[in-house]
Design a protein around this ligand. Structure first.
Ligand code: XMP
Length: 327
């Protein structure tokens, strides 16, 4: 039987041996649970769902169908990369659904963070259900839920989409092979499963995506500013040797404007906030010491390349007192 909860005395998975042991047990548990039935996987392309995909491919092969939903809140270039890696290279059964308009229409005018998460999570489940109805005999829904998701949902700190319920009429059982693992353990397991290291050591990205980095009511123009600024930050971190070294880095565009000046003209535009933090398990986090020269270069690029932005701020706050994300 698969564990429902992380055992109190469980050894932290830090080595290849411990990972292999975990994988062997999971594969056997997955085969017992799934038998000859079919599984649908929410494949976001992040570490957690990629590891789940690799584990399921090993355990049940082509009984797995992966669904990649583009909710319009993904980073620049992300849907294209998921298709390339999983469909073209790994030859997985991959269904790509562009549901951008559907998500953004539902989110229009919604300001409450938990409400936004619930809409995104609920819509996700709906899209999966629709895809499942098009397929014959899907009985299981696989998810990349990890242990901190469960703990934080239980404590009521925030709702996580992966802990949410399915529509009443859908009779999926859940398959969550990494749910007792901390994030650092998921990476060790991913490496042991043979996933490429740029995928395993990729920074985490929340299920609600850029939606939680566009605080308050999401608008398409502000979302575009978050996406463009994030792409510049990632590009510069990669160029300057910080990719893979800094645990998580991203931009946020808050819902307020301030006065600025450009070409002798007054502007009234958004600030971009840069967040860059280090942690091992996401329960606490420290701020990265970004070289000042790089910071100035980021400010110059973001203020000149990102539409609607006239300031760049750096968030110096550790967790606690802040959380990593803004919502
Ligand atoms: P916080 O903001 O709680 O984030 O310090 C801790 C880690 O969890 C990620 N995160 C999420 N991941 N769904 C997810 O799948 C979510 O709703 C969610 N919220 C936060 C966050 O990016 C960080 O790595």
């Amino acid at each position: 039987m698969a564990e429902e909860r992380r055992p109190d005395n469980m050894t932290r998975i830090t080595t290849r041996e411990l990972a292999d042991e975990f994988i062997e047990k999971q594969i056997s548990d997955l085969r017992d649970q799934i038998g000859d039935k079919k599984v649908l996987l929410a494949l976001s392309g992040g570490v957690d769902s990629s590891v789940v995909a690799a584990m399921l491919i090993k355990a049940v092969g082509d009984q797995l169908t992966c669904v990649h939903v583009n909710h319009g809140l993904l980073r620049k270039g992300e849907p294209e990369q998921v298709i390339e890696v999983f469909r073209d290279q790994m030859k997985a059964n991959l269904i790509y659904v562009d549901a951008t308009d559907r998500f953004l229409d539902k989110l229009a005018g919604v300001t409450d963070p938990e409400e936004k998460r619930k809409i995104i999570g609920g819509e996700f489940i709906e899209v999966f259900a629709e895809e499942a109805r098009k397929l014959d005999g899907i009985e299981f829904l696989a998810q990349g839920t990890i242990w901190p998701d469960i703990l934080e949902s239980e404590k009521g700190i925030k709702a996580h989409h992966n802990a949410g319920g399915l529509p009443e009429d859908m009779k999926f059982d859940l398959v969550e092979p990494v749910k007792i693992l901390f994030k650092d353990e998921v990476r060790v397991v991913g490496e042991a499963l043979g996933l490429p290291s740029n995928m395993v050591y990729r920074q985490p990205f929340p299920g609600p995506g850029l939606g939680v980095r566009c605080p308050g009511a999401i608008t398409r123009d502000r979302l575009e500013a978050v996406r463009e600024a994030d792409a510049i930050l990632r590009e510069e971190f990669a160029k300057n040797g910080l990719e893979g070294k800094v645990w998580q880095y991203f931009t946020v565009v808050p819902d307020f404007k301030s006065t600025g000046i450009r070409d002798g003209q007054r502007t009234f535009e958004w600030p971009v906030i840069i967040r860059a933090v280090n942690t091992t398990d996401a329960m606490t986090a420290e701020v990265e010491d970004i070289p000042f020269e790089l910071m100035k270069h980021l400010v110059a690029r973001i203020t000149s390349e990102v539409k609607g932005v006239n300031r760049v701020l750096y968030d110096f706050t550790p967790k606690p007192s802040a959380t990593i994300e803004y919502e």
